[in-house]
Write a protein that binds this ligand. Structure first.
Ligand SMILES: Cc1cc2nc3c(=O)[nH]c(=O)nc-3n(C[C@H](O)[C@H](O)[C@H](O)COP(=O)(O)O)c2cc1C
Length: 443
């Protein structure tokens, strides 16, 4: 982290002249030789058992990052930021996953511009004022546990911006958006074309070519902050859930006539420009992509984005060798989507991309969507099955981690009948270290 990041103030949350980020070495609790939490050293695999794939490391193709296991905390907006700045809440929220063996944590969608936030309480990375708290979050979380890999999702909400967060609704003018008077940015909500997401939503102002190119630059500048100043190991470009890049990809929402509309190549141009410009500047850094694999709109006559488009894009990205992970999500572009959520419901998208046979030295594939499985008492089984079948290389979990922050640890016990390595401070919960209580046992 640069010295400047340790002295910057951030919207009054941190003292002006005090370092806000502690050096990693300041309180890493490592015991010499203690294996990284959330890993399964070979010598603890019970005889006759194989180490689950979930606990194999993942080497990323285009950077020197190695993920300590295959479980990724999927990005989750918490609507708890102030002016886009992370707060102590984020540390507590993400800290529980770090302490319980998650290999990789992706910080929630962070607006690359102020108007690119979904809600006024979203995180941001559009301003230098936001750097210090991001840097502190990264440094602190990494100091909690060994081998944690951290990324941040770079996002622009496009026509789905300026909306209410789920728990800040109150009295409002419209259920679907926050007006300028209510602290939103109705007039600055933009999209590929002046088509609202749905009835009662803001009709976005169509971006001029120049404005769109400025947003592309904002992604690049945000990546610069993430890598150079905040200390993130990787970034993920958010091109899913109906937000700006997803809405550019889809012919349902993109009716543009400039070089960013029309053909597949034109509709995906902004996304590809963002990726290639970031990689040009950071050839050895890790860039991930969350793709909206389908609009779930095959039932309407109008052409939409579907899995064949995703496969085509993945093939091109694989050949270009710029993206480490394609994280296959889906949906959220149109209110008339037909979707049937159930455990593993988005696995077919990851599987479709995996079936292309792109070398692991070129691109890894992530899957998401209720991968904690149908039975909370059986953590790890569905995820392990997806990995074993080669349907995906990484398992992204959102609600599964919210419901059970110890999901990684519980999966190890479930899959192997033995615990994975845990955080040293928690060593007393290990059965071998939990003798019957004694009168004096404070050490
Ligand atoms: C509270 C919450 C917030 C979310 N915020 C984001 C986000 O910031 N970016 C994103 O790409 N997806 C977001 N998602 C979607 C999840 O990352 C994930 O793709 C989705 O919930 C399906 O996975 P799951 O079944 O494991 O929850 C969010 C989901 C939840 C539950």
């Amino acid at each position: 982290m640069s010295p400047s990041a340790t002295t910057r103030s951030s919207a009054g949350l941190w003292p002006q002249d005090k370092p806000i980020a502690l050096a990693n070495s300041s309180f890493v609790p490592t015991r010499h030789g203690h294996p990284a939490p959330g890993t399964v050293p070979d010598d603890i695999v019970p005889e006759g058992e194989k180490k689950p794939k979930l606990f194999e490391q993942a080497k990323l193709p285009h950077s020197d990052l190695v993920l300590k296991n295959r479980a990724v905390v999927s990005p989750m907006c918490q609507y708890s930021a102030r002016n886009g700045v992370p707060t102590p809440y984020h540390l507590a929220h993400l800290g529980q996953f770090a302490l319980h063996g998650a290999g990789t944590i992706m910080v929630e969608a962070s607006g690359v511009t102020s108007a690119g936030r979904i809600t006024p309480q979203d995180l941001g990375i559009w301003s230098d004022e936001q750097i210090a708290a991001h840097a502190s979050l990264v440094t602190s979380l990494k100091s909690f546990t060994e081998g944690l890999t951290m990324g941040v999702q770079l996002a622009h909400a496009g026509r789905k911006a300026s909306t209410w967060s789920p728990f800040y609704r109150g009295d409002r003018k419209s259920p679907h958006y926050v007006s300028d008077a209510e602290g939103g940015w109705e007039k600055d909500t933009v999209g590929p074309s002046p088509i609202p997401y749905g009835e009662g939503w803001i009709t976005p102002r169509e971006l001029t070519t120049k404005e769109l190119q400025d947003i592309i630059q904002s992604f690049v500048v945000a990546a610069r902050r993430a890598f150079n100043e905040c200390g993130y190991d990787f970034i993920e470009i958010h091109s899913a859930h109906g937000y700006l890049l997803d809405s550019l990809n889809s012919p349902l929402s993109n009716k543009r006539t400039d070089q960013y509309g029309g053909s597949f190549e034109n509709r995906t141009r902004a996304l590809r420009e963002i990726i290639s410009q970031i990689k040009k500047e950071f050839p050895h850094k890790s860039v991930w992509l969350r793709i909206g694999s389908t609009n779930f709109a095959e039932h309407v006559e109008d052409p939409s984005w579907g899995i064949e488009d995703t496969k085509r894009l993945a093939q091109e990205l694989g050949e270009a060798g710029e993206v480490d992970v394609i994280d296959c999500s889906a949906g959220g572009l149109v209110p008339f989507q037909k979707i049937n959520p159930r455990p593993g419901y988005q696995v077919p998208f990851a599987e479709g991309v995996s079936s292309l046979g792109i070398a692991k030295s070129k691109l890894l594939v992530g899957s998401v969507g209720m991968l904690e499985g149908p039975d909370v008492h059986q953590p790890g089984h569905l995820a392990e099955e997806v990995l074993q079948k080669g349907q995906a290389d990484l398992i992204f979990l959102a609600r599964g981690f919210l419901a059970n922050p110890s999901w990684v640890e519980d999966s190890a016990t479930q899959l192997m009948g033995t615990r994975c390595a845990g955080n040293p401070q928690y060593h007393r919960v290990h059965p071998a270290k939990r003798p019957p209580p004694r009168a004096q046992n404070h050490n």
